[in-house]
Design a protein around this ligand. Structure first.
Ligand SMILES: [Zn+2]
Length: 320
């Protein structure tokens, strides 16, 4: 199913790309915005498969309609059974790739989440990318380019997706809070995750309050329980904290103009006085590490306790 289709079809980067010289059969779309990335490639498949001779994708033809429902037999999407691309997916692709299209002139293969593909799977795909059959298009969706073999990269036409405008985010979601727009920063995946979160203001303010008021380990419990109130908000808590510390670092470096959370600039300036650059850097690394280690079953209170304790320790060491 293509979501946010109207937004993507009208997106300037999408239009430019389709209107430009396509002149390739293998593509790599790169973005850390997964929702935008997948739907961008589905819309691109629609463009490639549309049967109209002008204004593709027309939205009217049989191909367009069924591609939108992802029920078109010449559009094949991987991984089929698992979350990541495995050798069995590539085997299936190879079995399919030499068969003529069933419904039109072209055939499109989309490989989602390709940065998590095993090396074995990537190597197997390489042969096809070297000599793809005529009228066959292969699209790799990549969130982390460093995990993709350079031999694969060099055989694809690469496009790094930009961020969406605030107008596009507003059209795609029902976000009304300006703080949220600042935080999601044109990232559709983040925007969707935030839109149902009416508690965003609470979490945002709780994070700020913690940074302003957390002075010693005696008060730690109070802030830790405030931040870990709702388990499902923990990703947002970490993201807001990371954003704050990145802003604080910018303030330390005299680059206030680049601060994202401008509406709380004065508070952040206050906090910035308590840290030096190297200790802010350490804290950002720690938050990134915690975000990566987070999973469904993690103990949220323990995780936040530890993070706040780490922040206190680093702050203390900085003063020495
Ligand atoms: Zn069409």
């Amino acid at each position: 199913m293509i979501e946010y289709e109207n937004i993507i079809l009208n997106n300037a980067q999408f239009k430019n790309f389709c209107e430009g010289d396509i002149n390739a059969s293998s593509f790599m779309f790169i973005s850390d915005d997964e929702v935008f990335l997948t739907n961008f490639s589905y819309c691109f498949a629609k463009f490639l498969l549309c049967k109209s001779t002008q204004n593709r994708p027309c939205g009217e033809c049989d191909a367009c309609k069924r591609v939108s429902l992802t029920s078109f037999s010449d559009l094949i999407i991987y991984p089929k059974r698992h979350k990541t691309i495995l050798v069995e997916d590539i085997k299936d692709l190879i079995d399919n790739v030499y068969l003529a299209p069933l419904e039109g002139d072209n055939k499109v293969f989309i490989l989602n989440n390709f940065s998590s593909a095993t090396i074995q799977a990537q190597n197997k795909l390489l042969k096809i990318l070297e000599e793809p059959p005529k009228n066959t298009f292969i699209v790799l969706n990549v969130t982390n380019e460093s995990k993709v073999l350079s031999t694969i990269k060099s055989r694809c036409k690469k496009l790094r997706l930009g961020v969406l405008s605030n107008e596009e985010i507003l059209l795609a979601t029902d976000i009304k809070n300006e703080n949220v727009l600042e935080i999601v920063d044109g990232n559709l995946t983040k925007a969707i995750n935030y839109k149902e979160d009416s508690d965003f203001n609470f979490v945002f303010n709780a994070c700020l309050k913690t940074l302003l008021e957390l002075k010693d380990s005696r008060t730690l419990i109070k802030y830790s329980s405030m931040l870990s109130k709702k388990k499902e908000d923990i990703g947002i808590v970490l993201e807001i904290l990371e954003g704050f510390f990145r802003d604080i670092l910018l303030i330390r470096l005299g680059k206030e103009d680049y601060v994202k959370n401008k509406m709380v600039l004065q508070d952040l300036i206050k906090v910035a006085g308590e840290y030096n650059s190297s200790c802010i850097d350490k804290i950002i690394r720690k938050i990134v590490e915690v975000r990566k280690s987070m999973n469904f079953n993690c103990n949220v209170v323990y995780l936040i306790d530890n993070l706040l304790l780490y922040i206190l320790e680093v702050k203390f060491l900085c003063k020495e």
